[in-house]
Design a protein around this ligand. Structure first.
Ligand SMILES: NC(=O)c1ccc[n+]([C@@H]2O[C@H](COP(=O)([O-])OP(=O)(O)OC[C@H]3O[C@@H](n4cnc5c(N)ncnc54)[C@H](OP(=O)(O)O)[C@@H]3O)[C@@H](O)[C@H]2O)c1
Length: 186
């Protein structure tokens, strides 16, 4: 892929279902930083850590399954329909607006013309910060859709564990430096 990129045959390289530790591996061992990472993201699995990581590395966060594939009765969800009623919008449109305002690209899927049109009709209203905050409380912090990879959860926590380990290692080094006795002279 990098060769194709260098030859100008492709404009960008994107990845999907990469957790931060995998993205980091990819960046460390390759020259081209992926332009986009498509990951399961919706109100019940909001991926705030992933979003911060991707933002930090200038990689576009893209949401697959923005409607959680209909789970948790999302299209009739009280919180989302209550907010939507204020703007004469559906729960689906509220979800898409919430993603857009988080600067996450959404790729909703529908086979119905009227729903496809509805899903595009999200650029004439704006959620206020209190509404963004209310939706943030729906996060359950876990994949509902399988995330496309076995063991994805342990991947995410392995990134956290590595970060924690690095931090405690740094703390240990600092503490070790202050505690270590000078080497004995022969
Ligand atoms: N990278 C990956 O691992 C991965 C994994 C899964 C999916 N994806 C991609 O992500 C995209 C979307 O994901 P998804 O299809 O899994 O889930 P989704 O977009 O969260 O949900 C799709 C479901 O929502 C319904 N829907 C869409 N718009 C609606 C609206 N306005 N009102 C009510 N219902 C609505 C659709 O029904 P109708 O079609 O009957 O309207 C369909 O049942 C697809 O392009 C898919 O290829 C990527």
């Amino acid at each position: 892929m990098e060769e194709l990129h260098e030859e100008g045959k492709i404009r960008a390289i994107g990845v999907s279902n990469f957790h931060p530790d995998r993205v980091m591996d990819l960046m460390v061992h390759n020259d081209v930083v992926p332009a986009v990472n498509q990951i399961e993201t919706h109100p019940f699995y909001q991926r705030t850590d992933d979003a911060a990581f991707l933002d930090e590395h200038d990689i576009q966060h893209e949401s697959w399954g923005p409607f959680a594939e209909g789970q948790n009765n999302i299209f009739e969800h009280d919180v989302l329909t209550t907010i939507g009623d204020r703007y004469d919008k559906s729960a689906a449109q509220v979800v898409l607006r919430w993603l857009i305002q988080r600067e996450i690209v959404a790729i909703p899927k529908s086979v119905h013309d009227e729903r496809i049109a509805e899903n595009f009709d999200v650029f004439d209203f704006e959620l206020i910060s209190a509404e963004m905050e209310t939706i943030s409380e729906l996060d359950e912090g876990e994949s509902m859709l399988g995330a496309g990879l076995p063991g994805h959860q342990s991947c995410a926590s392995s990134y956290d564990r590595r970060r924690d380990a690095r931090n405690s290692c740094k703390r240990g080094l600092v503490a070790g430096r202050t505690r270590r006795s000078p080497p004995e002279r022969a």
